[in-house]
Structure formats: C-alpha cells, structure tokens
Design a binder for this molecule. Sequence first.
Ligand code: IPE
Ligand code: IPE
Ligand code: MG
Length: 240
Amino acid sequence: MTDIHIDKSKLPVHVAIIMDGNGRWAKKKGLPRIYGHRAGIKSVRTAIETARELEIKVLSLFAFSTENWTRPAGEIGALMGLLSRYLKKEKEEMKSKGIRFVVSGDISALPAKVRQEVRQVCEYTEDCRGLVLNLCLNYGGRQEILHAVNMIASLERTKKTQGIIDESAFRRFLWTGNLPDPDLLIRTSGERRVSNFLLWQIAYAELYFTPVLWPDFNRNEFYRAIKDYQTRERRFGSIQ
Ligand code: IPE
Ligand code: IPE
Ligand code: MG
C-alpha cells in the first residue's frame, strides 16, 4: 500500500519510462546482468498495473534501443528470449484487462520469431480500449525522425503529399503515430539523459529522474513520480 495521495484531476495522460539500471542491480548482488533483466520484468508488470490503477491512458516503456545492439550477443539474445516469453505469457491477460499493445521502433530487425509474436499481440489486442501499452523496441528517436523524413520524401516523389508538412502532418509519420505526446518522462537508475528516447515527442514533457534502479521501481515509486509531476507548473511557453 502507499499513503501518497494523488489528485485524480491532474493526472498525466501519457507516461513514458526509460527503464534503466537492470545491469547495476544485478552487479550489486554479485549476479550476472541477465538476472537484472529478469527482475526488471516484474517491475514492468507492476508499472502496467499501477498505470491502470491510476487510469493513465498511455504507458510507453523503453525496452531496447537502436544502440543496445552494441551489447554482447549473449545479453541481446537473453533480452530477446525474455521478451518472447513475456509476450507469450501476458497475451491473454492483456486482452482480458483491455490493454492495447502497440510497438514503436523498427521491428524488422528483431529475430523473426520475436517479430511475429510482437505482431500477433498487437493484432490480438487491437480492439482493446483500456490502457495503451507502447513498447519501444529497437527504438531510436533520431532513427524515427529520419524514417519519417524518408517516408515523406518518397511520397513527395510520387506527388502524394500536398505542400508544406506541418507538425500535425509530420507526427503521423512517427512510429508513435497518433499517440499523444508524453506528459511525464521517468528515468530510473540516476542517469540524467534521454538516450535517444522520443526526441520529438518529449518537447514539453516534464522530466523525472530517480536513483532507484529499475528492478526496484515499485508501485510506491511510481506514485512518487506522479506526485512530483503534480507539483509542476506547465506553461508551454506562455505565462500563467
Ligand atoms: C536497462 O538496464 C535495460 C536495457 C537497456 C535493455 P541496463 O541493462 O541498461 O542496466 P545498466 O544501465 O547497465 O545498469
Ligand atoms: C536506455 O538505456 C535504453 C533502454 C532503457 C532500453 P541505456 O542503458 O541503453 O542508455 P545509456 O547507454 O546509459 O545512455
Ligand atoms: Mg543502462
């Protein structure tokens, strides 16, 4: 239980999380890094449950970046294995809880089996109208922007676009499609950087950094982040 009181009238619509610190969590315990990733899955479940409880509409989770391919093959393989197991295990429960599973990122580079599973869960839950769970896989903000630019350029060549591309036209080409921009970006593990996450979308997000390592990020920590968000005054460039 938590005794943190949340003002339900001031909730973020979209919360994005950079789930960082699994490796350090394991190292502190003298365990191989993969144990940290395994423990991190429990925090993923808790974060989803807490988001549902708070009636947050969209939860984006950064699971694998375009730069994470530079890690040792063994770690990448283990992460893909965990993802595959997670999708198989959670598919039914997502549907029964009304969770719509969507993905942002270039999934064509994922192992074929994982790619198929990802697609299946997206299709299986596409009619769900509860929490939108946006899993960011092989995601990079710069790559996303370049992908959008190239799509627009190729449409331009076939004259399928008309004139100037404004913000609302541009964002439709992003992997996040028509999801609203994040109101709150949380990063665990004490690092204070965005590491190529949702670069376009976080233009006006409130940033929350916590030293807590991802496997220790529980319901109470999520509530603390929301509570902190509720103290912020969002001005969007205007005056009060
Ligand atoms: C985050 O934890 C999970 C992924 C990037 C897949 P890390 O694996 O980055 O853990 P640290 O930052 O090394 O502790
Ligand atoms: C960001 O964490 C990516 C994910 C959480 C998936 P990293 O651990 O990869 O980022 P850096 O290397 O510390 O910037
Ligand atoms: Mg890290």
